[in-house]
Design a protein around this ligand. Structure first.
Ligand code: M6R
Length: 608
């Protein structure tokens, strides 16, 4: 949820750390801080409540020429957002930045208080800092002190630690929270997310759980928490600067919505060839016999990843006869006592690849012997590494906190999986080929929606921006699209939005309709058109302010229409979803909200 950065080399550390922090701000943005250390052992600690810009203001009045330091941008877990609770935390000569949660911090705090430690903040991180300081009294070596402290810790962490006696080293460690070390010429970078390192170096080392490293100007040495040496495995970072820039758009959210024709193409590349009727995910190494044996698909994710799973489940069910599909919210599944049908395969869906609840489900499913396949975006992330096999969706860095391009590509990837299952099981070749053709045409169809609807949706949003509530209604494959549309609206516009299956309206939600509400109705011109239109008429009769998103040319009684043209029959919800993405964006803009970093949210939810 937070972002860690670090630098040791020849450059001015303040500049590097602040650049890195700005790149990571999307991970958490309620307070930020940096600490730099001079060769003469003098530390400068700067912290500010609020965004990195507040820290920049403070730093401009306290510039240093120090060439090493650590920094952090925070999303509060323990203790309210404040300068006092911001990282780095200092106890004695130890400074720490930390992502994750120390679960036994109360116990450790009591123990440390007994040894005369007092605490200035409400955070678990300050307790960890004190513990390292306490261990240093014995070891007189930072690496040894960190190792000893972490042996007493229960919980998750990615940390970077500096002792003022040692301006030549930064100690890092990870368990359950990502940490990457970037290797340059005579300089070493630290970050919790690869995007911070882009433009500085392409040589990166992803720490594994239980590893502790010593970073110096000349590189990195690694060992386990049991002090066993570990080989440093250097990988090449594929991300480039363009991927983390707005490229002329006002916001990352809009850029990422408009990126979708390209990113979906990247998801399909080499995997879908409509001319040859080919659709296969190379990363999923299952023979046709193994695919044929699958009887149940369990899709697991949170938030938008969960809705992507819901969306794909309808498609997989349509294509196959003898496969059941369940879609599970990871934060519920992990505490449930559930049965797993024989011949189950799990699809673990995550943009960041770090979501704590999704990861916990993955580990439990693996423990229970279920084959787990990843549908992940972030390369090298924990979930990507822990799954049995899987696919990357290849949408590149998604910087906006509200997920858009990841959703579309997650659905596309899982639909390809559905095609693989259907083909192996001998489903209707006609139906399979319709799905394959629509997948192939998806980038172009999305582009068409963006080109033809953008301006219109902007003006629709202006018309509805002052409403307090929204109901999203969809039937069948449009129900998951409605769920995702409502989530997007509430995340960025802060308008209360709820989604219902259209058929559920009469069972309760229709009572809500009044002048404070508008309704978004997804209406596809297919075999369910008449039924869904009836719902719309029923709503209109009760004074609804309906915005209909549709592909029909028929007359529809609605206050506002968003009509798209498409040849799709099956993947139409993905096109309607692009409309709702744009709508949410323009609603947030009209209400003057921080579109890319909505209040209270963070991009990667690495705590339960
Ligand atoms: O990184 P993940 O895909 O695992 O994240 C899951 C959710 O936290 C995420 O989709 C969240 O709901 C987004 N803010 C939605 O826009």
């Amino acid at each position: 949820m937070c972002g860690i950065v670090g630098y040791i080399g020849e450059k001015t550390a303040q500049d590097v750390l602040i650049t890195e922090l700005k790149r990571l701000e999307y991970r958490g943005y309620d307070s930020a801080g940096i600490m730099t250390l001079s060769p003469q052992h003098s530390a400068t600690l700067l912290r500010a409540k609020g965004k990195v810009s507040a820290l920049v203001d403070i730093a401009s009045a306290h510039t240093t020429t120090d060439t090493m330091g650590i920094g952090h941008t925070r999303w509060a877990t323990h203790g309210a957002p404040s300068e006092r609770n911001a990282h780095p935390h200092q106890v004695g000569n130890i400074y720490v930045v930390h992502n994750g949660i120390i679960e036994n911090y109360q116990e450790l705090k009591t123990m440390l208080a007994y040894h005369d430690y007092t605490f200035k903040s409400d955070t678990d991180t300050e307790v960890l800092t004190a513990l390292i300081d306490y261990m240093y009294r014995e070891t007189h070596d930072t690496l040894a002190a960190v190792t000893a402290a972490l042996k007493m810790v229960v919980g998750a962490y990615g940390i970077a630690v500096v002792h003022t006696d040692n301006p030549d080293e930064i100690i890092v460690a990870r368990k359950g929270s990502p940490l990457i070390v970037g290797l340059g010429e005579g300089e070493t970078y630290i970050a919790s997310d690869a995007s911070a390192l882009v433009g500085y170096t392409k040589q990166v080392v992803y720490l594994h759980d239980g590893e502790i490293g010593r970073c110096t100007k000349s590189g990195l040495t690694l060992q386990t928490i049991q002090s066993k040496a570990v080989d440093v495995h250097v990988e090449t970072l594929e991300m480039d600067l363009q991927a983390i820039q707005k490229q002329g758009f006002d916001h990352f959210l809009l850029k990422e919505i408009f990126d979708q024709p390209r990113t979906v193409q990247a998801t399909l590349a080499g995997r879908v060839i409509p001319d040859q009727g080919y659709a296969r995910l190379g990363g999923i190494n299952l023979s046709d016999d193994q695919l044929r044996a699958i009887k149940h698909v369990m899709i697991v994710g949170c938030g938008t990843a969960y809705f992507a799973g819901m969306q794909a489940s309808y498609f997989i069910e349509q294509m196959t006869d003898d496969v059941t599909v369940s879609v599970e919210i990871a934060s519920e599944l992990r505490y449930r006592s559930y049965n797993i049908p024989d011949h189950t395969v799990a699809l673990i869906v995550s943009q960041s690849g770090e979501t704590a609840d999704t990861l916990a489900c993955l580990m439990e499913l693996k423990r229970r012997g279920v084959l787990c396949l990843g549908v992940v975006n972030a390369v090298g992330s924990t979930i990507a590494r822990e799954v049995d096999s899987g696919v990357y969706v290849h949408v590149g860095a998604e910087i906006s906190v509200a997920s858009t391009k990841a959703f579309t590509s997650q659905v596309a990837a899982m639909t390809i999986f559905g095609v693989m299952l259907a083909a192996a099981k001998g489903s209707s070749p006609q139906l399979i080929s319709e799905f394959v053709n629509e997948l192939g045409a998806l980038p172009g169809e999305i582009k068409n929606v963006l080109d033809t609807q953008n301006q219109h949706i902007q003006s629709v949003a202006q018309q509805y921006a002052s409403y307090d509530h929204a109901l999203y209604i969809g039937r069948d494959t449009l129900y998951p699209a409605a769920m995702e549309g409502a989530l997007k609206l509430k995340e960025v516009s802060y308008i209360h939005a709820e989604a219902y299956a259209a058929g559920e309206l009469k069972h309760g939600p229709i009572a809500l309709i009044d002048d404070r509400f508008f309704e978004i109705c997804y209406l596809q011109d297919n075999w369910l058109y008449e039924k869904s239109q009836s719902n719309l008429i029923e709503m209109n009769a009760r004074g609804a302010h309906a915005i209909v998103i549709t592909d029909t040319i028929k007359d529809i009684p609605a206050e506002t229409m968003v009509r798209i043209t498409t040849k799709f029959e099956h993947l139409t919800p993905l096109l309607f979803n692009v409309v709702s993405q744009l709508f949410a964006y323009y609603m947030a803009l009209a209400r003057g909200n921080d579109v890319d970093q909505p209040r209270n949210l963070a991009k990667s939810v690495t705590v339960e």
